[in-house]
Write a protein that binds this ligand. Structure first.
Ligand SMILES: Cc1cc2nc3c(=O)[nH]c(=O)nc-3n(C[C@H](O)[C@H](O)[C@H](O)COP(=O)(O)OP(=O)(O)OC[C@H]3O[C@@H](n4cnc5c(N)ncnc54)[C@H](O)[C@@H]3O)c2cc1C
Length: 403
């Protein structure tokens, strides 16, 4: 194998992967990052909650990002470098200060993360005044400028990132008027609604949908649809939180297979994409998880890349695809091997699209291998292990909820 190992994206997944490769003695490792500084999303999250799983410490995002960066060999990270295209066999098109050029990698790891759904894709009508932000841009604005973009905003969405925005707003001395969720229940785990009300003083309204935003230069109010009734709420800002999607535009425009369920690249149980020169880990694989999961996936993918270099992985074309159907929204890895690794140890991650109570059936070529009770809620990780059983020679694996 010639050429460097190239990691695209210097967030927790990419930086943890680079560190793992260097710990194992691999010297020719480059991390490409389009921003001016490495660290990914945590760089802009000034609140605590990072480092627990990988460093066993509790840090603010910027400190966590610094720790991830500083354990790499000098010169590993190239900031201000955007990857523009992925080509077969690990050839990349990149843009840096010298212009656009090609880079041939021996292996590539995609760790480009995730992003929140913008307003344009949320079907919210009305005007386009200043004061409409997603959580990521709110955090960046707050911690970089220290200024308040608004005094009385409304937070839309109730995934855990909405509660992260409450922390950021408190840091700015801003108390939102309300947190609204279109669904029947709060999506964040734990007693999030109670905390919002009692700790932050922000009432939570479920079954409440943002219909339109009003105001010419600045936000002046929103129309909410609550239990079938339209309500005008005067406010000066709107935070559109959550509804994450993988940052997979590179994959979408490439020869690599994209998974319709996750919206990210489809991988096998060794983190390999459909072209075995490419691997993927972290939030690019599915809508957002916390940084500990992303970092652990970066480490696991780096180990698999080393195994591939040693020639000990099964041939990629021996993989057996796994399909899922509603209410399972997605599952990854999407391709497994009959031989390795031991399947009771292989962790499969899934999510459901609606509150689910029932029995999950595991099938190989239509033959039932096992059953398992499943109780799950949307926006929560579901961890599964493939059941013991013989599926040598199978062509298609499937997970199905029993009616
Ligand atoms: C508002 C908010 C609050 C959060 N709070 C917490 C928390 O308290 N605790 C916690 O554990 N987690 C938290 N998270 C989640 C955590 O930030 C993510 O899990 C973690 O950052 C994912 O790491 P990653 O490496 O997969 O992706 P990212 O951190 O998103 O990094 C991806 C990197 O890839 C780069 N990139 C993308 N495309 C290209 C390209 N074409 N070329 C070059 N570079 C590219 C990006 O610039 C970025 O730096 C929070 C997330 C958000 C949005």
């Amino acid at each position: 194998m010639t050429g460097p190992v190239v990691i695209i994206g210097a967030g927790p997944a990419g930086l943890s992967a680079a560190w793992t490769l260097q710990q194992q003695g691999l010297k020719n490792v480059i991390v490409l990052e389009r921003e001016a500084e490495a660290g990914g999303l945590p760089r802009h999250c000034g609140h605590v909650g990072f480092g627990v799983f990988d460093f066993h410490r509790v840090w603010r995002g910027p400190e966590y990002a610094r720790q991830l960066r500083e354990r790499l060999a000098p010169g590993t990270i190239r900031c201000g470098t955007s990857v523009l295209a992925l080509k077969p066999g690990g050839e990349l098109s990149i843009r840096d200060a010298e212009g656009v050029h090609a880079l041939q990698a021996s292996q590539v790891l995609l760790t480009t993360g995730t992003r929140e759904t913008p307003r344009s894709a949320r079907m919210v009508s009305g005007t386009r005044p200043f004061g409409v932000m997603n959580t990521g841009s709110l955090q960046r604005y707050a911690y970089e400028t220290g200024q308040r973009p608004f005094q009385h905003p409304v937070v839309v969405g109730s995934e855990w990132v909405a509660f992260s925005s409450l922390l950021t707003l408190r840091h700015l001395g801003v108390r939102p008027l309300a947190l609204v969720e279109a669904g029947d229940e709060v999506l964040a785990p734990g007693p999030a609604a109670l905390i919002s009300d009692t700790v932050f003083g922000v009432p939570v309204h479920t079954q409440t949908r943002l219909q339109s935003i009003h105001g010419e230069e600045r936000v002046e109010g929103v129309t909410l649809l609550q239990h079938g009734e339209e309500i005008f709420l005067p406010c000066d800002g709107v935070i559109l939180s959550g509804q994450f999607v993988p940052e997979a535009s590179l994959v979408r425009q490439s020869h690599l297979q994209l998974d319709a369920g996750t919206g990210g690249p489809a991988i096998d149980s060794f983190w390999r994409c459909s072209d075995p020169s490419y691997f993927a880990a972290g939030n690019v694989l599915r809508p957002v998880e916390h940084s500990g999961v992303a970092a652990a996936e970066g480490v696991a993918a780096a180990r698999a890349m080393l195994q591939a270099r040693d020639g000990v992985l099964p041939a990629a074309d021996a993989a057996i695809p796994v399909t899922v159907s509603a209410p399972l929204a997605y599952l990854y890895p999407q391709r497994l091997y009959a031989q390795k690794p031991l399947h009771h140890k292989l962790l499969l991650r899934a999510r459901v699209s609606q509150r689910t109570e029932g029995t999950l059936r595991w099938l190989a070529d239509g033959v039932t291998l096992g059953r398992q009770r499943l109780s799950a809620r949307p926006c929560r990780r579901v961890q599964l292990h493939w059941p013991a059983g013989d599926w040598q020679g199978a062509r298609q694996l499937e997970l199905r909820m029993e009616p």
